[in-house]
Design a protein around this ligand. Structure first.
Ligand code: GRF
Length: 201
């Protein structure tokens, strides 16, 4: 039996697409069994539907809803798909222990460990390069043990050096290519090295 993945997305879902493509070509030792988004208009949901994969939307009720209450609703929805691993692939919302205590969760972030946590990591790395503060950035996949921002035991990284005449667009393109490859590799690594059980019930 291959590993059951639930993928959480908030937007475009190009990293989800990398997992779906790898799965279709037999290069992913896991099955994406559902895609869940906190945004009803996330294009990632369309990608999932096109691949015949179940989708769910869990949006925040209103601004007054406590973070933990949202996370419990999200966890209950995710649990119905009986995942062995939850993958945050462009998921743009911090999760608390109300969610994280129920599943093993990994996150993809477009920066190297300890660098540029939070949003706009690619733009901030590019600015740092332009100011001669760095000559490289990179991407990482890490475990999400708690509500730290883009921080947790590192599973895999890829360095992405800047090159002469880089523009934000050319750098961003290489970063996304690196993310797409690394996410597939990291999922395969996690599945190979851990005996993951169905969780979250
Ligand atoms: C990726 O760069 C991801 O690392 C970051 O947001 C972007 C989402 O891209 N957190 P996509 O939705 O997978 O295309």
């Amino acid at each position: 039996m291959t590993c059951r993945l639930v993928v959480l997305v908030s937007g475009n879902g190009s990293n989800l697409q990398a997992l779906l493509d790898a799965s279709a070509s037999g290069q992913l030792s896991a099955d994406v069994v559902a895609v869940v988004s906190n945004k009803a208009d996330a294009f990632g949901l369309t990608r999932a539907s096109n691949a015949g994969i179940a989708t769910d939307v869990v949006e925040r009720h209103d601004k007054a809803e406590a973070r933990a209450d949202f996370d419990r609703r999200l966890a209950n929805t995710v649990a119905r798909h009986q995942p062995q691993l939850v993958v945050l692939a462009g998921w743009m919302r911090l999760l608390t222990s109300a969610f994280l205590d129920r599943f093993p969760v990994i996150n993809l972030h477009p920066a190297l460990p300890g660098q540029f946590p939070g949003t706009h990591a690619i733009d901030r790395a590019f600015d740092a390069w332009q100011q001669n503060q760095t000559d490289r950035s990179g991407v990482m996949v890490h475990w999400v043990p708690d509500d730290g921002v883009d921080n947790g035991p590192v599973i895999a990284t890829t360095e992405v050096p800047f090159v002469e005449h880089d523009t934000l667009e050319s750098f961003e393109k290489r970063m996304h290519e690196a993310e797409h490859a690394l996410l597939v590799d990291a999922v395969n690594l996690v599945v190979a090295e851990n005996s993951l059980e169905t969780t979250g019930q």
